[in-house]
Design a protein around this ligand. Sequence first.
Ligand SMILES: *Cc1c(COP(=O)(O)O)cnc(C)c1O
Length: 399
Amino acid sequence: MLKHLSPTGSPIKLFELVSWFYSALSGSGDRAKLQNMVKRLLNREYSFLYSTGRGAMTELLSAVKALHGKHGERNEVILPAYTCYSVASSAINAGLKIRLCDIDPQTLSYDLQKLREIDFSRVAAIVSANLYGLPNDLGALERVAMEHGVLLIDDAAQSLNSKIDGRHVGTYGYAGILSLDKGKNVTSMQGGLIVTNDSELAEYLDKASEQLSDLSSKSKFIEFVKVFVYFLFLNPYAYKIPANISFSGLGETRFETEVEVKAYPEFLSSLAIAQFDRVELITESRVSRGEFYEQTLNPGSGVSKIAKLESTEPVYLRYPILVHDGDLRSDLLTQYRQYGISASYPEPLNLLSEIEAHLVTREACPGAERVAREIVTLPTHAFVTDNDAKRICEIVNKL
Ligand SMILES: *Cc1c(COP(=O)(O)O)cnc(C)c1O
């Protein structure tokens, strides 16, 4: 195959690149406009922009600790044992202890029975995951949070524009998080947001925002160059190059201990604004790919699909499956890499040595461990053609 599909990533259009370039040079970025678009889309009263999603999460968890931590009495946050590593970094950077809860490998949502068994006496908040554009059981999480007098943080970094009963993911509970990083639904290379309807939180974040420093000139320059690199190399006829020298890191995560909370660089905003303008089209294209996999995949007993929860409208940032046999899985991942068939986070959080010291208890999380071992994701982005999708289904159905 001549092409090499990336595992994830929304393409930037040429006209968007050109108009972004002019607006960046003329200094006509518009953070306020971007914030307003997000508020309108998610129907929230307040939105706050940061340089990254993990920065937004760190700021939000710091606010939770300051406003609802009862002076240190409640200094724990519950995280799903399988989620993006930067959620754990954010919790640590906000000065919170982490209590992990296992997930259900059939839905990738919290194992609700295990969640209900947790000792909530020192817990301040629960964080959702909504990985790959699949909404968690957010209604149930909201109820558990309410019963125990803790806050729900709805992490929609991978689920922008996915919904449950018409309600956007990211709007459940106390506040939501969005990411504009590479490989997310809408990207401006980096960026993150907090969305909320809580006026006390908004006042706190407003004050804290005044203290945010800008990215250094060097980092801004690097981001500037990255826009062009991303534009050029996400194309399947060019992605071979970065994929083979493995510098892109698209769809991969390494654990980073330090999280910087900085201001969102204004010169990137027009890129994000252009994509929010066509967010429904971006969503539709991913959804149609995801639904095609959902209907066409008919795998044998060696592969399972993830069950879609009732009333949810996933956006399928990637399409996850579980491949039970380890050897079969590694063959699939090496032989068909050029189809954008890819692994995901290689470890559950309970086995990450970097966060060990910050865990309240150390327990096995068999559901999350199994997902880390077995997960494979299929690409859904706009560069995946009908033929690619058909071929990918054939490959998986043959396993
Ligand atoms: C990407 C991601 C984040 C963090 O966003 P960044 O912008 O990459 O810092 C948080 N949570 C989840 C689930 C993510 O996928």
